[in-house]
Ligand binder design. Structure first.
Ligand code: HEC
Ligand code: HEC
Ligand code: HEC
Ligand code: HEC
Ligand code: HEC
Ligand code: HEC
Ligand code: HEC
Length: 407
């Protein structure tokens, strides 16, 4: 109750602080990349890397965050499907107005709080949203589940309370945006852990330079020397050690439970993780407890495939293309090491037709389990374990299923 009053008070104060912040930001040039002059901005890459750029726009990394709009928000605003009902007295309604899309809570039929969808996160398995309040960022109470196409109570929220006050901290943004600059919170002290940001410094998505590092010199050199076909002034992937290659991904894919030393926006290929975080190696590796915010690096590293080969994440993933739900594509990667010529093949070779094998390497050896956080009723988004191994129970299920399909 106390917090709600403060939010209302703050809304009255808002116009003044808004006008002030406009005055301060109008002078700055928006052409410069907010990360500094050594960054070119990913839009500049398109002129020479057009195919990569175009396919990248369909990837989860591009969707990791974006401005909330008709084209990004996946949930429905149609009259019959724009509500999330907590209980007979409490619901949240999603509606479209001239000024944008809103979530409004209703207590016993009376409108209570209302905030706009400003930022959307994700859209593959699930989608969550945030709204700006002064220069602070808060999560909206209702999220979206993509598999069953339903609005849901935001992951980790209490089942019978509408919460508009959950702070979106730098940690969320570390993994879901390319950059944001911190600032003093304009309304400090009201919320635990509140952080302020310079709104205009926000760079959405996991962009080219978030993975490849600052590239302004690379762009300048190749623009001035169009005849040069060898990459200059950019960190080449092949020059990295295996650990460095994996850390390009592990900076965001080693789970959310690590002790952070500083924001990760400055991380570039070749850096050590230890500068940014103390990785919690005790994260549960139990394959039934994996989740979207799980630790793919540690799970993979615990697999025999990993220990006895030189594989890294890009052995299987081409991060420039959308490559999910393509079991045969991944089977092709498995077969580079487990083909019929290699000494280590599936034990079921001969027992199953080769197409049955190929279609199901992943289901039997990297099975998917329901997410614990993105949940609807009994179901939820499915997440694959990266501990490649032998799962007799899962294999049996697939075998039984394949038999019923044949008969
Ligand atoms: C004026 C042309 C030009 C622009 C603009 C440009 N590049 Fe390149 N880039 C090249 C050339 C030429 C190569 C070498 C041939 C190749 O790999 O395509 C290259 C190679 C690369 C490589 C491969 C390095 C390796 O591992 O061998 C990366 C990564 C890269 N560029 C990233 C970027 C990014 C990120 C941007 C935008 C910020 C960008 N480039 C903009 C010309 C350009
Ligand atoms: C800056 C953080 C960051 C880095 C670096 C990063 N990822 Fe991701 N990755 C994410 C986020 C966030 C998502 C979820 C995006 C979404 O669905 O909204 C994701 C999603 C994925 C997915 C799921 C794709 C899908 O279609 O569902 C794969 C696979 C993946 N990343 C692999 C990699 C690999 C491989 C690397 C290293 C080459 C890498 N990531 C580097 C943050 C990162
Ligand atoms: C350690 C990095 C990390 C942090 C911190 C993190 N995320 Fe994620 N998030 C990811 C990755 C990686 C995925 C994709 C995993 C997958 O596809 O299974 C993901 C998935 C998601 C998804 C589902 C996306 C989709 O397309 O299915 C949403 C929504 C999301 N995160 C929101 C948040 C919010 C909100 C926060 C802060 C409270 C947060 N994340 C913190 C890395 C992170
Ligand atoms: C999630 C991290 C990630 C993002 C985002 C990303 N890349 Fe890459 N990129 C990689 C990795 C890893 C490799 C090395 C792949 C390999 O050699 O197996 C690579 C390789 C490259 C190469 C050289 C190899 C090739 O495929 O031609 C170029 C050029 C390149 N990236 C450009 C870009 C551009 C341009 C963008 C933005 C549109 C971009 N990358 C976005 C991770 C990323
Ligand atoms: C870069 C090579 C490489 C790739 C790619 C690869 N593996 Fe392996 N895998 C190995 C090696 C090496 C071993 C260990 C063999 C040994 O014990 O000598 C192994 C072991 C295994 C085992 C036995 C695990 C255990 O705990 O006993 C399974 C199952 C397996 N791989 C399945 C797969 C599947 C499925 C894929 C694709 C999703 C895959 N592998 C991709 C190299 C690879
Ligand atoms: C042996 C092959 C292989 C390697 C190596 C590998 N992955 Fe994956 N990864 C997969 C498969 C298969 C999927 C499931 C794709 C799908 O949904 O069809 C997957 C899915 C993912 C997802 C989405 C989660 C999900 O289950 O939907 C993320 C995130 C991811 N990988 C990150 C990584 C990172 C980071 C690394 C390196 C530490 C890595 N992967 C290495 C095979 C691999
Ligand atoms: C229906 C489930 C199923 C499918 C599909 C399947 N496997 Fe297996 N695989 C198993 C089981 C179960 C074992 C262990 C059998 C045993 O040890 O008796 C195994 C064993 C293995 C091993 C270890 C062999 C050894 O000598 O230790 C490898 C490697 C392997 N599979 C790779 C693959 C690859 C690659 C594919 C896809 C082409 C695949 N598997 C498809 C169930 C499956």
């Amino acid at each position: 109750m106390y917090k709600k009053k403060i939010v209302r008070l703050a809304i009255i104060l808002l116009p003044l602080s808004f006008i002030l912040s406009q005055c301060f930001t109008n002078n700055s040039s928006i052409k410069d990349d907010p990360r500094g002059t050594n960054y070119a901005g990913s839009a500049t890459c398109i002129s020479c890397h057009k195919n990569i750029y175009k396919s990248y726009l369909h990837t989860a990394h591009f969707m990791a965050s974006g401005p909330a709009s008709d084209s990004t928000i996946r949930g429905s605003f149609a009259k019959d499907s724009n509500e999330f009902v907590f209980n007979p007295h409490l619901k949240v309604v999603m509606d479209k107005r001239d000024s944008g899309f809103y979530q409004t809570s209703f207590v016993n039929g009376k409108a209570d709080q209302s905030h706009r969808f400003d930022i959307s996160f994700g859209g593959v398995k699930g989608q969550s949203y945030a709204y700006w309040f002064t220069n602070e960022l808060f999560q909206l109470p209702v999220s979206y589940e993509c598999r069953v196409h339903k609005w849901i109570n935001s992951p980790g929220y209490e089942p019978d309370r509408v919460v508009f006050e959950r702070v979106v901290n730098t940690r969320c943004l570390d993994c879901h945006v390319s950059y944001i600059k911190s600032a003093k919170p304009e309304l400090p002290g009201f919320y635990e852990g509140v952080e302020g940001y310079e709104k205009k410094s926000l760079i959405y998505s996991i962009d080219c330079e978030r993975c490849h590092g600052p590239s302004a010199e690379h762009v300048k050199f190749h623009t001035d020397n169009p005849g040069e076909k060898k990459a200059k002034f950019i960190i080449t992937f092949s020059s990295l050690t295996r650990d460095q290659k994996i850390n390009m991904c592990a900076i965001c894919h080693s789970g959310a439970g690590n002790r952070m030393l500083k924001p990760t926006f400055e991380f570039k290929p070749g850096d050590t993780l230890a500068k940014y975080m103390v990785v919690n190696n005790k994260l549960p590796l139990d394959y039934k407890n994996i989740d979207v915010h799980g630790n793919q690096k540690a799970l993979l590293a615990s697999s025999k495939c990993f220990i006895k080969s030189n594989m890294d994440c890009s052995t299987c993933h081409d991060t420039h293309v959308k490559d999910r739900d393509m079991p045969t594509l991944y089977a092709g990667k498995c077969m580079t090491c487990h083909s019929s010529d290699s000494h280590i093949q599936c034990k079921l070779t001969g027992q199953l037709s080769s197409s049955m094998l190929i279609n199901n390497c992943v289901s039997c050896h990297m099975p998917a389990f329901p997410s614990k956080t993105i949940v609807v009723g009994q179901a939820g988004a499915m997440v694959h374990t990266h501990h490649i191994g032998i799962y007799p129970e899962e294999a049996q299920k697939i075998l039984t299923y394949l038999k019923t399909k044949v008969n």
